[in-house]
Design a protein around this ligand. Structure first.
Ligand SMILES: NC(=O)c1ccc[n+]([C@@H]2O[C@H](COP(=O)([O-])OP(=O)(O)OC[C@H]3O[C@@H](n4cnc5c(N)ncnc54)[C@H](O)[C@@H]3O)[C@@H](O)[C@H]2O)c1
Length: 381
């Protein structure tokens, strides 16, 4: 008997967030995973390890068919190339079709986005247009989108609700905002379309096994992976803290860190919520850009608790035992003093809950880094 699992296409499943989403999809028992990734910022090993973890965790209970469905099918391809995407939909016509897409692949460095905006518009927007067009032609109209809290810009009120106005301050943020607008229009055009954007706050940590985690190419742009890499001897120059005169308790910027396993599970929750008509009935409360008639909604994925840069340094110091060299320098353009989610809408409508605490995030981040000091590079599987 073939597996009863539905096929989900996750773009960028080899990346940090995509790999953890893929694992949660497999562990849910509901989905099998196919991905397209060009490994621009990731390694194929990540997908193999995800399947291995799922095999191990579900092994005893899974049937032989189900075990096969735990292998992620990887298409090495570029989402900006229409043919690369279409090949997957074509191939899957004979494999039960694709049930839905979780669109994760993107470029994500705020600073870089201002330097090479056309590349960002191509990968983050043009490719999303291709993807939606192909999905529409193949009548695959369930969509979950990786958006970001950066769409809020400088919020007028913290914690931030989804209905807050969207004023992204960077090219990267605008690409996320424009994709959200596009999704709303697509959903308005045809009641068959259902889309949920998930506005991530600050994902942190790794799967507790330490077998998958965040391994960006080059110097990490995010605080926690940078601190973890420093603790294994990289970047001996130490940490530069940008500004200590913000209107926050210790003067450094405050962010809402959420454990990656909680964030990833939010996607399984969103897939489960997509068929529910009632969540789409009051869309003006869940977009930030007004009411629309279609089945489109956005949700914050955060913990609802703020942590300052110095609190994070302290927590990572406890987890890794490493003493960090910290230097305060001037503020960085574009940095917002405080970004904290109000996660109530996702809790109520998606049944989402961020369960892990800060110690668990730092413990798992360090567990991954200490087991993989060079990341995936050089790893055999
Ligand atoms: N990490 C964060 O803090 C954060 C916060 C908010 C939103 N997001 C969003 O979440 C998503 C995933 O972020 P991440 O941290 O996992 O990043 P990541 O770089 O680890 O993952 C992105 C994946 O997409 C792939 N990719 C990039 N360009 C591609 C292309 N042209 N064709 C095919 N594959 C391509 C990369 O190789 C990588 O595997 C992105 O959409 C990002 O904007 C991330």
């Amino acid at each position: 008997m073939p597996s009863q699992r539905k096929n989900i296409l996750i773009t960028g499943a080899a990346g940090y967030i995509g790999s953890h989403i893929a694992l949660c999809c497999l562990l849910s028992g509901e989905y099998s995973v196919v991905t397209i990734d060009n490994f621009h910022n990731s390694f194929p090993t990540a997908c193999k390890r995800v399947s291995a973890i799922a095999q191990r965790e579900l092994g005893a209970s899974a049937s032989d068919e189900d075990k096969k469905a735990l292998d992620i099918e990887v298409y090495r391809g570029d989402i900006t190339v229409k043919e690369d995407i279409e090949k997957i939909f074509k191939d899957y016509e004979s494999k039960g079709g694709i049930y839905g897409v979780i669109h994760v692949a993107a470029l994500k460095a705020v600073g870089e986005s201002g330097e090479i905006p056309i590349k960002y518009y191509d990968v983050n927007i043009a490719a999303t247009v291709h993807l939606l067009d192909i999905m529409d032609r193949y009548k695959v109209r369930n969509f979950v989108y990786s958006s970001s809290a950066t769409v809020y810009g400088v919020p007028e009120e913290v914690p931030i609700r989804e209905s807050a106005g969207l004023k992204p301050e960077s090219c990267y943020g605008r690409t996320k905002f424009m994709c959200e607008l596009m999704l709303r229009d697509v959903c308005d055009s045809n009641p068959e379309w259902r889309a949920i954007s998930l506005r991530y706050f600050n994902p942190a940590g790794a799967h507790p096994s330490g077998e998958i985690g965040e391994d960006p190419r080059g110097r990490p742009g995010n605080l926690l992976p940078l601190l973890a890499q420093m603790a294994v001897g990289k970047f001996p120059e130490g940490l530069k803290v940008f500004g200590n005169d913000y209107p926050t308790p210790d003067g450094t910027c405050v962010r809402d860190y959420i454990h990656i396993m909680d964030l990833a599970q939010g996607h399984v929750d969103a897939l489960a919520a997509l068929p529910k008509d009632d969540i789409f009935q009051n869309t003006d409360k869940g977009t930030g850009f007004g009411a629309s008639g279609g089945k489109y909604k956005a949700y914050n994925l955060g913990k609802g608790k703020g942590m300052s840069v110095l609190q994070m340094v302290d927590a990572m110091q406890k987890a890794s035992g490493f003493t960090y060299k910290v230097e305060t320098v001037g503020r960085r353009t574009g940095d917002v003093p405080e970004l904290v989610a109000n996660p109530e809408l996702a809790e109520k409508e998606l049944n989402f809950k961020a369960k892990h605490n800060l110690e668990e995030m730092c413990r798992d981040q360090w567990n991954w880094q200490s087991k993989n000091p060079q990341g995936y590079e050089g790893a055999s599987a």
